[in-house]
Design a protein. Structure first.
Lengths: 383, 417
């Protein structure tokens, strides 16, 4: 089946699906975006290529130019601690946006998958703990770590796809907390409370990836790749089917789709993204210990995704930038003992006034500003 | 599509504007010193008291040092090394502090020391962190620690336990870096002088149920060595009492604190005589200590009844930092060379004994051996029974012998038989 056929199938049932969605019988738990509407009604690689090129607008160019110019304009502190950290966290949050926004499954275990990848990198690669670390070449350790984390994510998915909504959150929370305690109490593999340190990014010939600017570009490359990968995937057959499953799993099942397989697949894909983010995080910090995969860190990923908005992949990165800025600078705004109040207050205000995060806030402001476009509203959010 | 185009462009402009505002809002009229403590997370109360200690040291100098007005740039972590380094990096690279004080806990200290190596022109002074490896393994030339660390705090307690007739002991301690150091400090001299630690039970931090540990305690021991902190210590004591345990105890530096002394169980009386050790004690009977406590009480109405360990350690580290600034009249030029020489020469009489450092820039100081005693009003307190001055990081052993033993860990040192 070609991409266009998938889209046609989805499109022809859109009206019926909308009717179902309107009533209380809908299986949708979250107010999630609708399936991506097709770009063109007929397939053909030439047409789709042209539409893809046409989709690259001024906004893409401006953002990409700004992202590339940023490290040369900003101080090393802003390049490394704000820029690189935001993008790495954004990549982990992106995995949750994909899973939650397009698959309808909110998993709290994304940080666990990221942390697992980081631990695997420390165990197979080099670290300060020579008794445990195997000291494989970094690229081999990297491949093994990401693969194992993807398998773990698929396993978590396989365990939790039988549940819906709040139960998915609970079961993934349980998995995450279990991993936290395993890492904290196991000394033979995870080195307990102290974890691993001196896990440095590699040096490629002359290029030392530990330096702020090269590291920023490494993270940027991964973030852009992840972003466009998700953008592509949500319009590919797999992604469209996933959104169909999100909106009405029973209908998709009766249409002949394997609902469980699609969901587990989505977990694996999200796990891969989170694993890459986790590798970047461990290189950023240079160390990993159980605190990195604790409950607070798991919930931070959810906060970032919700803060940015889960209706578009860019939301994860916007959320991460705001989150990192707040974490770093809230202490300068108010009294030192009260700065967490600012962080909490901002999160509360955003969630209260815009259930769709900063993206939703932006859209509602635009809608209010230009009323005549209201009718064209939200259907294009994905694109 | 144009809608989205605008959104992207504008969010970018907004972000850029925010960066610019935050980046430029800094003036250069006072000498900036960064101050890192845990104002969130499990040690938030301790971190707050650490800040009080630092504030007190600055207040005693009327906010001036080396002829300049001193401005603290306060940053916070939640006791995780990642966050400690992030906060330090912000103070150093963004707020442009020239001297950095902190952090509070051991693993944070190691992480900040490693970061210090990447900033050779900034001087780092410890807050209250007490991991041995910070200054023993691969030290940073610009990281100074004027306090003694976890292992040094227990030196002398081993001999004291032997003098009380505790020849065979069973150890129970939390399973992370700080207790490893404490246990080494205790066992180094205890084992050398013929004591036996028949078995060690390492429990995870925050353990609630000690039944399996209590069941393992052998009948024929003389005493328990308990290196647990706060709630863990109270939980253990309660359950040990309920299980009918009656062995005397030897405690770590943070084991027999106010929460344990206010313990209300039937075994309360048996706490009397429990020995422990640390770099300070509430009942030190010197004019310096009494003045420190009085100053603390006068300045911080919302503080603890008496300065905590964290307040004391931040106080001496901050005082050393400021005194050295006075000595060089605020001259931080030439990669802070003169300033660092002044720091190295630091030697003053602190509230709880002399403050000076060794060649690795680690504190050499006094340890206080205390025993729980009953005050006139019936309350319990830690009475100083012995002072052990001039304790170095090699725990009083020759350096070669200490190196042979290695740093404290789950299995080091060992003297079962």
């Amino acid at each position: 089946m070609s991409a266009a056929q998938w889209r046609r199938a989805m499109n022809s049932s859109a009206a019926a699906a909308a009717a179902v969605r309107g009533s209380a019988t809908s299986a949708v738990v979250h107010p999630m975006p609708r399936p991506a509407s097709p770009v063109s009604t007929d397939g053909g690689s030439w047409r789709s290529l042209r539409s893809a090129v046409g989709a690259i607008g001024a906004r893409h160019v401006i953002v990409i130019v700004a992202l590339f110019a940023y490290p040369f304009l900003a101080t090393p502190f802003f390049t490394y601690q704000i820029g690189a950290q935001s993008l790495a966290l954004g990549l982990i949050a992106l995995s949750l946006t994909f899973l939650g926004g397009y698959g309808g499954m909110v998993s709290l275990a994304q940080m666990t998958v990221a942390g697992f990848a980081a631990y695997m990198l420390a165990i197979f690669g080099a670290s300060s703990n020579v008794a445990i670390s195997l000291g494989w070449p970094w690229w081999l350790a990297l491949i093994v770590a990401v693969s194992l984390a993807t398998i773990l994510a698929a396993a978590i998915g396989w365990l939790s796809v039988r549940t819906e909504g709040i139960y998915t959150i609970m079961i993934t929370l349980a998995v995450g907390v279990a991993f936290f305690y395993l890492a904290q109490q196991n000394y033979t593999l995870f080195n307990g409370f102290q974890g691993f340190s001196r896990i440095a990014a590699p040096t490629l010939g002359e290029l030392d990836l530990r330096q702020p600017v090269p590291f920023y570009f490494l993270v940027l490359a991964c973030a852009l790749a992840g972003y466009f990968f998700v953008k592509h995937l949500i319009r590919a057959p797999f992604g469209v089917a996933l959104q169909g499953i999100r909106d009405n799993p029973r209908r998709m099942h009766s249409l002949g789709y394997n609902v469980t397989a699609h969901r587990v697949g989505a977990y694996a894909v999200a796990g891969f993204l989170a694993a890459v983010g986790g590798i970047l995080m461990v290189w950023y910090n240079g160390r990993i210990s159980p605190g990195t995969v604790g409950t607070g860190a798991m919930i931070n990923i959810l906060i970032i995704a919700v803060l940015g908005g889960m209706k578009h992949p860019i939301g994860a990165f916007i959320g991460a930038i705001v989150f990192v800025l707040l974490q770093n600078f809230a202490i300068d705004l108010v009294d030192r003992e009260r700065f967490n109040l600012v962080i909490g207050g901002v999160f509360l205000a955003i969630v209260l006034f815009s259930p769709d995060g900063l993206l939703g806030l932006w859209h509602s402001l635009r809608t209010r500003a230009s009323g005549r476009f209201t009718s064209r509203g939200t259907s294009r959010i994905h694109q | 599509m144009s809608r989205d185009r605008g959104m992207f462009a504008r969010s970018l402009v907004g972000a850029a504007a925010l960066f610019a505002v935050v980046g430029l809002a800094h003036a250069q009229d006072a000498l900036k010193i960064g101050l890192l403590a845990t104002l969130e997370g499990p040690f938030a109360a301790g971190g707050q008291d650490g800040i009080r200690g630092a504030d007190l040291a600055l207040k005693q100098k009327n906010g001036m040092a080396g002829g300049k007005k001193i401005e603290f740039v306060k940053v916070s972590s939640d006791a995780t090394p990642d966050k400690a380094v992030g906060a330090t990096r912000k103070a150093v690279e963004q707020d442009k502090v020239q001297i950095m004080i902190g952090p509070l806990s051991g693993d944070e200290g190691i992480a900040v020391k490693n970061y210090a190596k990447t900033q050779p022109n900034i001087t780092f002074v410890n807050g209250s962190s007490g991991a041995q490896a910070t200054t023993l393994a691969d030290p940073a030339p610009n990281f100074y620690r004027f306090n003694t660390e976890g292992a040094q705090w227990m030196v002398g307690l081993g001999e004291h336990a032997l003098s009380k007739g505790y020849k065979k002991t069973f150890l129970i301690a939390e399973d992370y870096g700080f207790p490893y150091s404490q246990v080494q400090g205790f066992m180094a001299s205890y084992c050398a002088k013929g004591g036996k630690v028949v078995d060690k039970a390492w429990v995870p931090l925050g353990t609630k149920d000690y039944a399996s540990v209590i069941a393992k305690i052998p009948k024929d021991i003389d005493a328990l060595v308990v290196v647990l902190g706060g709630a863990d210590a109270v939980n253990f004591l309660t359950q040990y009492e309920q299980a009918g345990g009656d062995k005397p105890m030897v405690g770590g530096s943070i084991t027999v604190d106010q929460t344990v002394l206010n313990f209300k169980g039937k075994r309360r009386e048996s706490l009397l005589g429990t020995a422990s050790a640390g770099p300070m004690a509430d009942s030190i009977d010197t004019p310096e200590w009494k003045k420190f406590v009085a100053d603390y009480k006068a300045n911080f109405k919302d503080g603890f009844p008496s300065p905590s360990l964290f307040a004391y350690l931040y106080y001496i580290n901050t005082k050393a930092t400021l005194d050295a600034l006075d000595a060089v009249k605020g001259d931080l030029s030439n990669g802070q060379k003169a300033y660092r020489e002044a720091l190295q020469k630091t030697d003053f009489k602190g509230p709880a004994g002399e403050v000076k450092i060794d060649a690795n820039r680690n504190g050499v100081g006094t340890t206080y051996i205390t025993e729980v005693a009953k005050a006139a009003d019936g309350s319990f307190y830690n009475k100083v029974v012995k002072q052990v001055p001039n304790i170095s990081q090699t725990l009083g052993l020759p350096e070669a012998e200490f190196k042979k033993m290695g740093l404290g860990s789950r299995d080091v040192p060992d003297c079962r038989k």
